[in-house]
Design a protein around this ligand. Structure first.
Ligand code: FCB
Length: 443
């Protein structure tokens, strides 16, 4: 970390933190919540590193008021949370479960009372299991179901939510959930997972229309991006890099911004019906960028089922997830989006940025996390550099407010500005919490 003061950001720049429902809420069967694909997956032996589930997680469902107070104490102007579809429609269709909507109603009001803008994600990967049983995102009908769910949520919360994010990281949900079997629902389809891309995007576009019908709040999407770092300089390495870039960084963004699907990915044209691309390219008010690290790529071995090979990047510090710490990747990514999409690019908000370390309390009960401070310091400066070079960035959300249940990694990865003791649910702000408040937000 450098000791130079943090550069200035424009007045009104949105500093926030982010979470998602299954990772923090717990209360898995409370108030009529249905089962999601993550309940099923987490309860399947061998899927989660420490054998844990999100049944209790951070018990945020019952402790949301305490968590809203932590947000107020942090001084953020916005909080990005996700709504659990199976709380609203336990089986993914039909009328809303009033108790499910009531919970988010209480949460949104608690945020507004705390002076924090509610930013709501509608789908952070917890598809109702009943919809999965009917084909899930491989099935076109799920897109229409998603828009109905968006309509129910917006009818109740549309007067108070300040930014809607229909989808979180459709690329990760497609690739890890349906391509590689690492996330729920655990399918291993490789490139046969492309229908999951198209149907999520179609669902997104239909949901944008449903949300706009209920108010004037802006609408975005939160995409995961990872700039490619070539680990070789042959033509084959460069072709592999371009293939990975098309898959990870362009598959979702090109059609969202009106360019259609990257041709080189060879999506089955029968998937895309007349009018779909117009629905998907519905204008967005912001582009959410989730960034964690760049990806090392080289040419694949003969006979590989993939047109690239992912290789570990050397020469960077690493997080507890073994991800390289590379703030320059965030700057390059933002500059790349600006160069590639030009005037078609909406203003960007960094909707997730953060890191896992093995944080724990010392003898005095303090949780010191200097690596997280260094990580955030570097990444926030990288955003400023991109802004200086002409990229419009209007917000930055740290992942995450709380240590939480990190998907296939269970409780083994701590991403929070606030430490959570899972045995007692005690929350302890880490030193990064005070740093973010004093050095970044309230300067
Ligand atoms: C992102 C997810 C988020 C969290 C972070 C570490 O891909 O959107 O839920 O798991 O990674």
């Amino acid at each position: 970390m450098t000791t130079t003061p943090m550069p200035e950001f424009p007045a009104g720049f949105r500093w926030g933190v982010a979470t998602s429902a299954y990772q923090i809420e717990g209360a898995a069967t409370t108030d009529g919540r249905g089962r999601s694909i993550w309940d099923t997956f987490a309860h399947t032996a061998g899927r989660i590193a420490d054998g844990s589930t999100g049944d209790e997680a951070c018990d945020h469902y019952h402790r949301y008021a305490e968590d809203a107070a932590l947000l107020a104490g942090l001084g953020v102007s916005a909080y990005r949370f996700s709504i659990a579809w199976p709380r609203i429609q336990p089986d993914g269709t039909g009328p809303a479960n009033p108790a499910g909507l009531d919970f988010y109603d209480r949460l949104v009001d608690a945020l507004l009372d705390a002076g924090v803008d509610p930013v709501a994600t509608l789908f952070h990967w917890d598809l109702p299991q009943a919809l999965e049983d009917a084909g899930g995102w491989l099935h076109r009908d799920t897109a229409a179901r998603f828009a109905e769910y968006a309509d129910l949520v917006a009818a109740r919360l549309g007067d108070r939510v300040k930014l809607w994010i229909p989808l979180n990281e459709p690329f990760i949900h497609m690739s890890l959930g349906h391509g590689m079997g690492v996330h729920a629902p655990g399918r291993m389809l490789l490139f046969d997972a492309f229908p999951v891309a198209h149907h999520q995007l179609l669902g997104h576009g239909l949901a944008v229309a449903a949300l706009r019908a209920h108010g004037t709040a802006p609408v975005a999407i939160a995409n995961n991006y990872s700039p490619v770092r070539l680990a070789g300089d042959t033509d084959a390495d460069r072709a592999a890099g371009a293939a990975y870039h098309a898959l990870h960084n362009r598959l979702f963004t090109d059609p969202l911004l009106g360019l259609g699907y990257p041709e080189e990915l060879g999506l089955d044209p029968a998937l895309v019906r007349d009018g779909d691309l117009d629905v998907i390219a519905a204008p967005l008010d912001a582009l959410g960028v989730n960034y964690y690290n760049p990806t090392g790529i080289r040419a694949a071995e003969e006979g590989s089922p993939l047109p690239f090979e992912i290789v570990p990047l050397t020469g960077y510090p690493r997080t507890a997830f073994d991800w390289p710490v590379a703030p320059d990747g965030l700057r390059d990514l933002l500059l790349g989006l600006h160069d590639t999409y030009g005037d078609a690019l909406p203003p960007i908000q960094i909707t997730e940025s953060g890191c896992a370390y093995h944080d724990g309390p010392d003898g005095q009960g303090r949780v010191d996390d200097p690596e997280r401070i260094a990580y955030l310091d570097g990444h926030i400066r990288a955003v400023r550099e991109a802004m200086d070079a002409g990229v419009e960035v209007t917000g930055y959300f740290v992942w995450s407010l709380l240590d939480n249940w990190e998907w296939a990694e269970g409780f083994t990865k701590r991403f929070g500005l606030v430490h959570v003791d899972y045995a007692t649910q005690r929350r302890t702000p880490k030193s990064s919490y005070a740093w973010f408040r004093d050095r970044v937000i309230r300067r």
